[in-house]
Design a protein around this ligand. Structure first.
Ligand code: HMG
Ligand code: MG
Length: 298
C-alpha cells in the first residue's frame, strides 16, 4: 500500500548547492528558499553549520539563516558537532541533522573520523539538541554503495541506524550518496531495518540520481510504507567529499510521479519548476531534471 501523503524534505539549498564551485550570493540562496516555500514545500533544509573550510559554499550560514528564519516552514540545518549545534541554536534553529556514514572510508573523508568516533561526536549533539527542544534527524550516508569500498553490507547500515536511534534521533534519512542503489536493494534494507526494530515511520529516503534509479528506488520505498522523501529542486546536488556523487532526485520528478499516483504533497509543480528554471539561470546551466525540461522549456 502506498502512503496517502508524502512529506518532501527539500534539500536543494543545502545538498544542492554545497558542491557548487562558484559562490552563490547569500541573497540568491535566501530568494531560492523563499521561492521553494512559496511553491508549497514545508520542509526546506537551509544550510550547514560545518567548518567553512570544509564546505566553503555554505560559509554564509550565519548570514543566510536569519534572512529566512521567519518563513512559515521547517528549516532544518546540518550540524556535525557541538560547535555546529551552538552556532545553529544561537540563531534559533529548531530542527537539526547530524550526518553519519555506514562506511569507514566516507566517515574519514567527510568527518575526519572513524564511524565510531563520529557517532561519539554526535551523541552529545543529539542530547543537547533534544534538551533545547530541537527535532533531530540522523543522516546515514553510503547506505548502498561506497566509491572506495563498493557495495555496502546491509548489517553495516543497520548498525549505524540503530546507534542513531538509540541516541534519540527522531528520524533517519537513508542516503544513497553516490546513486548506485536499485529497488531490490532498497527493499532488503528497509525489511532488515524493520526486523531490527527500526520502524518505517521513522525513516526517510535520500536518493541521488547518478544511474537514473532515484525514482524507481523511491517507489520501492513508498511501497514499503516510507512517507518522507528527500529531493532537491531541479536535481541540483552532489557531495564534495564523495567522488561520483551527482545530483539528488529532482523534486519536480518526484512531484510528477506522486501526482500521478494521487499522493498529496501540497506542492505547486508550476511554481516549483519556475523556481528551478530561475535557479538554473543563476547557476548558468540548465537543470538536469527531465520534468523541469518538459515543463519549463529550458
Ligand atoms: P576536523 O578538521 O576534524 O575539526 O573536522 P576539529 O574537530 O579537529 O576542529 C578543528 C577546527 O575547526 C577547530 O578550530 C574547531 O573550532 C573548528 P581551531 O580550534 O583549530 O581554531 N570547527 C568548526 N568551526 C565552525 N563550525 C563547526 C566546526 N567544527 C569544528 N561546526 C568537521 C571535523 C566535522 C568539523 C569537518 O569534517 C566538517 O566540517 N565536515 C563537514 C563535511 C560536510 O559538510 N559534508 C557534506 C554534508 S554530508 C552529505 O552531503 C551527505 C548527505 O547529503 C546524505 C547523503 O547523500 O549521503 C547528508
Ligand atoms: Mg546527499
Amino acid at each position: 500500500d502506498l502512503p496517502a501523503r508524502v512529506r518532501i524534505h527539500e534539500v536543494g539549498a543545502r545538498d544542492g548547492l554545497q558542491n557548487e564551485k562558484a559562490t552563490v550570493p547569500t541573497e540568491v540562496k535566501a530568494e531560492f528558499i523563499r521561492r521553494l516555500a512559496d511553491a508549497g514545500l514545508t520542509t526546506i533544509e537551509a544550510t550547514s553549520f560545518v567548518h567553512p573550510r570544509w564546505v566553503p559554499q555554505l560559509a554564509d550560514a550565519e548570514q543566510l539563516f536569519p534572512q529566512v528564519a521567519d518563513l512559515p516552514v521547517t528549516l532544518p540545518v546540518l550540524v556535525p558537532n557541538e560547535r555546529g549545534l551552538e552556532r545553529a541554536l544561537a540563531l534559533g534553529a529548531r530542527h537539526v541533522a547530524v550526518f553519519a556514514s555506514a562506511t569507514e572510508s566516507f566517515a574519514k573523508a567527510n568527518l575526519n573520523r572513524t564511524v565510531d568516533e563520529s557517532l561519539a561526536m554526535f551523541e552529545p549533539v543529539v542530547h543537547r539538541a533534544k534538551d533545547a527542544g530541537s527535532a533531530v534527524r540522523g543522516y546515514v550516508s553510503m547506505c548502498f554503495g561506497d566509491p572506495w569500498e563498493g557495495p555496502v553490507p546491509v548489517h553495516q547500515v543497520v548498525r549505524v541506524c540503530k546507534a542513531l536511534r538509540d541516541m534519540g534521533c527522531d528520524e533517519l534519512s537513508l542516503g544513497d550518496t553516490i546513486g548506485v542503489a536499485t529497488p531490490g536493494h532498497v527493499q532488503s534494507l528497509l525489511a532488515e531495518l524493520n526486523e531490527e526494530g527500526v520502524p518505517t515511520s521513522a525513516l526517510a529516503v535520500h536518493f541521488h540520481d547518478t544511474y537514473g534509479q532515484a525514482l524507481s528506488n523511491t517507489l520501492a520505498a513508498l511501497q514499503h510504507g516510507v512517507a518522507t522523501v528527500d529531493a532537491s529542486a531541479g536535481g541540483l546536488g552532489g557531495c564534495p567529499y564523495a567522488k561520483s556523487a551527482t545530483g539528488n532526485l529532482a523534486t519536480e520528478d518526484l512531484v510528477w510521479m506522486l501526482q500521478g499516483l494521487g499522493i498529496d504533497t501540497g506542492v505547486d509543480l508550476g511554481r516549483l519548476t519556475a523556481t528551478s528554471v530561475w535557479m538554473a539561470g543563476r547557476l548558468g546551466r540548465p537543470s538536469p531534471s527531465r520534468t523541469v525540461k518538459a515543463l519549463g522549456k529550458t
